[in-house]
Ligand binder design. Structure first.
Ligand code: NAD
Ligand code: KPL
Length: 312
């Protein structure tokens, strides 16, 4: 532990930045005593750390009470930092905290979509930066109550050059949660695979204000989905990726929409709660890649603009 009269829990702990739904899910499953939340603003040095307490409904329906200490970055030497802020908040959140953390602390980015992970890796190329893609689902229906809505899997892989040697240790640390974790050698492809599904579901559900499964019979979806898949394939091929066909991409999107038919997507939920959506990191990311590669992506542009208009 660095200086001060703080709990020795800060040495070798798993630190979480972003105490929202996903952060609370991880904190609730990781062994109590091993995990801390890093506050957005560090309290004055004279103040003692407090804890965040909440109830977590686990995937088997049982409810447990969780207490996680808040410890400022300056007071900890974590074995790993999990970053569970929204994509648009991540760079700023890390700008505020990383100067206080050892330069060899592995940082695992859990954001949906793409673009925020690359921005972090480009900002700190010398740090071990990893990304995670997860199908775990968590939400907070009321303050102090977090629900593990769907049991999934998590893939973790290296983004920066010097992150690879940390991959196995990070995977082992995350496995202490009892959740299903895989080491992924090609995390960018895994992020793209999820991005494609989110690009075909999230904006439609936010614009139509409907659960995931309902889009499948909506004319607005049916009129645009094939062109959307063509645009995604054109961008993926221009990126040099071995892309599936547009029909295979549509099938993948529709399999997930059917499998999560009754769910409210994260983007619809953000819209309903008047929060900033992650559209810039989903269809907006495809627009930026299309522009950089000289590929027209009018459906992705239209969806991005429509979602931004809704939440303006
Ligand atoms: P959330 O809004 O519930 O939580 C984000 C948290 O980050 C909030 O508590 C917010 O106060 C905090 N935060 C914002 N700026 C901060 C800063 N500068 N410093 C410290 N904390 C800051 O969002 P979420 O649902 O937990 O999602 C987080 C990320 O994980 C998103 O990118 C989301 O797409 C991804 N994700 C979430 C789930 C899920 O089931 N919730 C699943 C897969 C991926
Ligand atoms: O990841 C999702 C999200 O809502 O962001 C899907 C797969 C669409 C499930 O709701």
């Amino acid at each position: 532990m660095k200086g001060g009269n703080h709990s020795p829990i800060g040495d070798g702990c798993i630190a979480i930045l972003g105490a929202g739904s996903l952060g609370q899910l991880w904190a609730g499953y990781l062994p109590a005593g091993d995990v801390v939340f890093v506050p957005r603003h560090a309290p004055p040095t004279s103040q003692h750390a407090e804890a965040l307490a909440y109830r977590l409904q686990q995937s088997d329906g049982s409810t447990v009470t969780i207490r996680v200490p808040w410890l400022p970055a300056r007071d900890i030497q974590p074995s790993v930092l999990l970053v569970t802020t929204k994509a648009g908040d991540t760079l700023t959140a890390l700008e505020n905290q990383l100067p206080d953390l050892p330069s060899d602390t592995p940082v695992v980015l859990f954001q949906n979509g793409m673009g925020s992970q690359q921005a972090v890796a480009e900002r700190w190329p010398e740090r071990p930066i990893l990304a995670a893609s997860t199908t775990e689902g968590a939400n907070r229906p009321e303050p102090g109550y977090t629900v593990h809505a769907g049991r999934g899997e998590t893939w973790v892989g290296a983004l920066t050059d010097n992150a690879s040697p940390h991959l196995e240790t990070v995977v082992q640390a995350l496995r202490t949660s009892g959740l299903t974790i895989h080491a992924e050698q090609d995390i960018k492809r895994r992020l793209w695979d999820k991005l494609v599904v989110n690009a075909g579901i999230n904006a439609f559900t936010a614009i139509l204000d409907c659960p995931n499964g309902v889009i499948l019979t909506e004319p607005f979806y049916l009129d645009h989905i094939d062109e959307l898949c063509d645009e995604i394939v054109a961008v993926l091929r221009a990126e040099g990726s071995n892309s599936p066909t547009p029909a295979a991409i549509r099938q993948r999107i529709e399999t997930v929409a059917r499998g999560t038919a009754g769910n409210t997507s994260s983007m619809r939920s953000d819209r309903q709660q008047e929060r900033t959506t992650e559209i810039d990191f989903i269809n907006g990311y495809i627009c930026r890649r299309g522009q950089a590669l000289g590929i027209e992506v009018p459906v992705n542009r239209m969806l991005t603009d429509r979602v931004k208009e809704l939440t303006r």
